[in-house]
Design a protein around this ligand. Structure first.
Ligand code: MG
Length: 312
């Protein structure tokens, strides 16, 4: 029988193949206020991540350590990359979704719908056809801790899709209390969206919902994928085998494609988001409240920029 260290909790034997008994949980950096939005840049051998209240996007690399990638980030939260590799971010302060161009300038992709300002875009993913999908809960306008307190203008807390051809922004789901992290299955036929409404209302279930994705982006509700049994789901990532890794209060929870809880990576701080990466692809970076953590995992991320197999 394989004995795992205390920070790796097995709920199903399949988890043993996804981690390693020698996996240590490294605390790479600390002293932040509320970390979010990790995203791997293998081409720069670094991770970018947000410290939302301090309005900074941080950069971590093994060679150069920690630095500030962008100050005055407008409470930037979730990050991803598009298929050209450009950074796409959600800004609570500006209440928009922005793309960082190759020359460093910012292009606003979306900041209003139906003639009204967005709430505070939270997390974003880009599908392989170039569509930009993002959640728009109210966390950045509820108070001025991670944005600017302001009344909600939108009729609901939508999940949006920005069409890559027409440029049309349209809600694809509108019945979440607070939609948060979102991620596609590797074949993009399924979209998972986190419901984090229990942050302000205990009556809201802490669930990850799943949707079937049709050609053109229409979604069909396929019910609850999984329930988070400790805290709530925020950011999520999927590995190449289709397992879903979700943030939770006690760490990172790993679910099989059928929703079975396989295991947990226990982290000493509440986790808001995670990202696969590392020079060999076998690392998970974890944004845990005041700290950035990293752990070896025996599987790679499904995102194209996390599947490195290069020899160094
Ligand atoms: Mg989030």
């Amino acid at each position: 029988m394989i004995h795992l260290p205390d920070h790796l909790q097995t709920h199903d034997d399949r988890f043993l193949g996804l981690v390693h008994p020698m996996s240590q949980l490294e605390q790479l950096a600390t002293g932040f206020t509320w970390t979010e939005g990790p995203v791997w840049f293998g081409d720069h051998e670094c991770l970018l991540f947000s410290d939302i209240p301090s309005q900074r996007i941080m950069r971590y690399s093994d060679r150069e350590g920690l630095s500030v990638y962008r100050a005055g980030s407008q409470f930037n939260n979730g990050n991803t990359r598009d298929r050209q590799g450009r950074l796409i971010g959600c800004r609570h302060g500006a209440r928009d979704v922005v793309r960082t161009e190759f020359d460093g300038t910012l292009t606003v992709l979306a900041d209003s719908y139906d003639g009204k300002r967005l709430n505070s875009p939270n997390d974003v993913v880009v599908s392989s056809d170039g569509a930009v999908w993002f959640t728009d809960p109210t966390y950045g306008i509820l108070s001025s801790f991670e944005g600017h307190e302001a009344p909600r203008e939108q009729a609901a807390n939508h999940v949006f899709r920005l069409d890559p051809v027409t440029g049309t922004l349209a809600p694809v789901v509108s019945d979440f209390v607070q939609p948060n992290g979102l991620v596609f299955s590797p074949d993009e036929r399924r979209l998972y969206i986190a419901e984090s409404g229990s942050s302000h209302d205990d009556a809201v279930p802490s669930v990850i919902r799943q949707f079937d994705v049709a050609e053109g982006g229409a979604l069909t509700d396929a019910g609850v994928f999984a329930t988070i049994d400790n805290g709530l789901p925020d950011g999520m990532r999927v590995d190449t085998q289709g397992n879903l890794w979700s943030s939770a209060a006690d760490g990172v929870h790993c679910f099989a494609p059928d929703g079975t809880l396989l295991g947990k990576i226990l982290v000493p701080e509440t986790v808001a988001n995670l990202a696969f990466g590392g020079a060999d692809g076998f690392r998970m970076y974890i944004a845990g409240t005041t700290s950035l953590y990293r752990i070896f995992v025996n599987v790679k991320g499904a995102e194209p920029w996390t599947r490195s197999s290069r020899q160094r």
